[in-house]
Design a protein around this ligand. Structure first.
Ligand code: ZN
Length: 246
């Protein structure tokens, strides 16, 4: 079995996303939402609309898709928590996705984190070490560490192994509540092996970032990694199964 913990649904591309996943033997995918549809700072109505699109896709493909609730922590707390509860209680979403609206050191994340701790659900947070073209409030692995220390009971999936690099892996190594998804730019030789060596295979999860990245290439970095079958099974599905409680 293969679970892809990091995909984005755009309504027009959903059918091809699902068929590409199936073609590549990916059994289950997590939809994080079309998170940049309205830019970096979506208002409440826009967040609601993005989640509605995810709900529609989950309803259309209930055996394949799981939703994550996309939020902008800069929006009102009442709206944010109500939206999270709507997605989780009514549509069985499995976690929260945060992108670049607010840096993850910001206190405005705290109500969301408290709620996730209460619900025992994970956060998947965009993350990247960039030297150029950084979004104003984009989070880095060192920002993720700050959040992970503050909320040790919440499992945080730090997105984009290839964007966080060796330094990002080292940053989070000592925080057992931080996982890393393997998505991101070009596969870098030995980076997956390095993440497994530093974090253990139980904290690395497969993610593709499809449809922005090609699923087959993203799978290739795991297939081709110098890891044993048990480690690959953990990355491909066992860890995600536990995180998503499926
Ligand atoms: Zn993404």
């Amino acid at each position: 079995m293969i679970i892809d913990i990091h995909t984005h649904n755009t309504l027009s591309e959903t059918d091809s996303l699902i068929s590409t996943a199936k073609y590549n033997n990916v059994d289950k995918i997590v939809l994080l939402g079309n998170v940049l549809r309205f830019g970096y700072y979506p208002v409440e109505e826009q967040v609601h609309e993005i989640n509605n699109d995810t709900i529609k896709t989950v309803k259309k493909y209930p055996d394949t898709c799981y939703g994550f609730c996309f939020l902008n922590p800069a929006n009102g707390v009442d709206f944010t928590l109500a939206e999270l509860e709507r997605c989780v209680n009514k549509y069985r979403f499995r976690g929260v996705k945060l992108e670049v609206s607010v840096n993850c050191r910001d206190k405005r994340l705290h109500p969301i984190m408290k709620k996730l701790s209460e619900l025992n659900l994970p956060l998947l947070h965009h993350c990247w070490y960039k030297t150029v073209n950084k979004c104003p409030d984009e989070s880095t692995p060192s920002d993720i560490v700050y959040l992970a220390r503050r909320f040790p009971t919440v499992k945080i999936i730090m997105a984009h192994l290839a964007g966080c690099g060796y330094l990002g892996v080292d940053d989070v190594a000592e925080y057992p509540n931080v996982y890393i998804d393997t998505s991101g730019g070009q596969p870098v030789a030995s980076l997956v092996e390095y993440a497994v060596k530093r974090l253990g295979a139980s904290r690395v999860v497969f993610g593709s970032d499809a449809p922005y990245r090609d699923i087959s290439c993203q799978l290739g970095r795991i297939y081709g990694a110098d890891l044993n079958e048990e480690e690959k099974e953990k990355i491909f599905y066992a860890n995600a199964k536990e995180l998503l409680k499926i």
